[in-house]
Design a protein around this ligand. Sequence first.
Ligand SMILES: NC(=O)c1ccc[n+]([C@@H]2O[C@H](COP(=O)([O-])OP(=O)(O)OC[C@H]3O[C@@H](n4cnc5c(N)ncnc54)[C@H](OP(=O)(O)O)[C@@H]3O)[C@@H](O)[C@H]2O)c1
Length: 238
Amino acid sequence: MKKAIIIGATSGIGRALSIILSKNGYTVCAAGRRTDLLKSLQSELLPGSLVRAMDISDIKNAVNTFNKICTDLKGADLIVISAGTGHLNPDLEWLKEKETIDVNVSGFSAIAGAAYRHFAEQGYGHLVGISSLAGIRGGGGAPAYNASKSFIFNYLQGLRHKSAKMNLPIYITDIRPGFVDTAMAQGEGLFWVQSPEKAARQIFLAIQKRKKVAYITKRWTLIAWILRMLPDVIYHKL
Ligand SMILES: NC(=O)c1ccc[n+]([C@@H]2O[C@H](COP(=O)([O-])OP(=O)(O)OC[C@H]3O[C@@H](n4cnc5c(N)ncnc54)[C@H](OP(=O)(O)O)[C@@H]3O)[C@@H](O)[C@H]2O)c1
């Protein structure tokens, strides 16, 4: 039976993906900070699935907890980092920017690094990070959020480069959602908002296909292309 660890499984995309993985026979360990939500999720997962409290911005404890999960599960085939945060921050308040960096940059890379080390030791594995379409270009509404997601693009590419050089069967997938109907979808003028369940179904397909990069839902591939191509003079008017 395959084993998966999902960090950021208490709500939204991570929760929906945990349920799909469980329905497809995975033993899941679901992690996040809100223990009440973890307990209610556990009742929807296959027997033998685990839940663990973890705050990825508390790096030392988070990495210890992560390593202990790997031991408790006796190895993991799939590790998904869905945990993330972000704030609309028109006044550039430092504490909001800092929280985003602590979770999406420091926390993300600490857990991604621990996951990679686990896979390198065991000789195989699949790491999935949930970044965002927002990583494609800087954004004035939430500068730290866009920058943090861009960091994730690059960090995951670095791990892919590392596994290729080491010739190890360690697969790295960067999931880039557009708008998904969760607490993270903030602001005006949202469009093509999809349910977390639909997003999770498409993420599961991308995992099965071992995709390097997947836009969720697929139609966001077009917006990603447009965002990359738009000259600044037009982008700055959006
Ligand atoms: N929704 C969208 O439109 C959208 C678009 C693009 C990308 N994304 C990305 O998708 C990922 C999942 O977000 P979502 O949309 O599913 O929103 P969500 O429902 O708010 O889920 C965020 C998850 O991250 C966890 N989390 C946040 N801070 C954490 C921390 N310090 N330690 C551990 N876990 C933490 C939360 O759990 P606890 O609070 O219980 O810890 C929760 O499970 C995020 O990385 C987000 O940036 C979302």
